[in-house]
Design a protein around this ligand. Structure first.
Ligand SMILES: [Fe+2]
Ligand SMILES: [Fe+2]
Length: 284
């Protein structure tokens, strides 16, 4: 078992930044966007749950001590992302009770830490899925960095985005070494990537949004998926999508910056604009 908590001294990697290195005294309330506070709260829940995902990865890679060590350090960084976002959310909204919201979230969303084999069918599949998640988070925090004018949140998101790009590289390096041992063809990798991308509309993010922002209501999946999507995906610009598409293509073994990237980025951008406008019209 390699359950890790933020603040543990057992992590084998030096943190690239800490909560103490964030300039909290530069917080500027006049630059806080209340809609953004809602998605920061939701993101803090998902990130803080990284400890459980670290345990799951340690079970799946139980005979690979080097990877387990890397997964432990990785999960500490994810938990730190959650702590930094939660602290900022509390500055922006002093009524935010992270502990109560996080309990609501973890009571509703369980990571299958007891599993000993990847839910993606192979270790390579698991690593493709991890690359896709880090693609999503790195582009998300890059988009938030560019979207916010609040100096403390900008600094936090800049740090987190840099971590997420590094996490992608970490899982990609292990993916290459596992592909040399396992027979997982490009088509299989493509389907794992596709299934993980479509899961971004899934319960975890929507449930986090609900748990953080609507404590006295009952969970309605469709309503909160829409509410989260409208607020969470409206900040993406062309360059964020282009880079994310390149990273996803690379994870499935395709050329990151060719014609396919141009076509897929165009489709993603049009789909996103259409979906955001549709959700805005529906009052999500
Ligand atoms: Fe993260
Ligand atoms: Fe990450």
């Amino acid at each position: 078992m390699c359950h890790a908590r933020a603040g543990d001294s057992t992590g084998d990697t030096m943190m690239h930044w800490t909560l103490e290195s964030i300039p909290w005294d530069k917080f500027d309330r006049s630059k806080v966007d209340p809609e953004l506070v809602k998605i920061v709260k939701a993101a803090s829940m998902v990130e803080a749950n990284g400890a459980d995902y670290g345990s799951y990865l340690c079970s799946v890679f139980d005979d690979d001590p080097e990877f387990r060590q890397a997964a432990r350090a990785w999960s500490l960084e994810e938990v730190q992302h959650g702590m930094a976002l939660a602290r900022w959310a509390k500055l922006a909204d002093p009524s935010f009770d992270f502990d109560a919201a996080f309990k609501r979230f973890t009571d509703g969303v369980k990571i299958e830490t007891w599993r000993t084999a990847s839910i993606r069918g192979s270790r390579s599949g698991e690593l493709v899925a991890r690359c896709i998640v880090e693609t999503g988070t790195s582009s998300y925090y890059s988009a938030l960095t560019d979207a916010t004018d609040e100096p403390v949140l900008k600094e936090i998101c800049r740090h987190i985005a840099a971590d997420e790009f590094r996490h992608y590289k970490l899982f990609y390096e292990y993916l290459k070494s596992y592909l040399a041992k396992e027979q997982v063809g490009p088509l299989r990798r493509f389907f794992v990537a596709l299934s993980r991308i479509t899961e971004s509309e899934d319960d975890e993010l929507a449930y986090a949004y609900y748990a953080a922002n609507h404590p006295n209501e009952t969970y309605e999946r469709r309503r909160f998926v829409k509410a989260y999507l409208r607020r969470g995906f409206g900040f993406y610009r062309h360059e964020h999508l282009e880079r994310a598409v390149g990273m996803a293509l690379k994870a499935v073994g395709l050329k990151p910056n060719g014609r396919l990237n141009t076509v897929l980025t165009g489709i993603a951008e049009r789909w996103l604009r259409f979906r955001i406008a549709q959700l805005a019209r529906a009052g999500a």
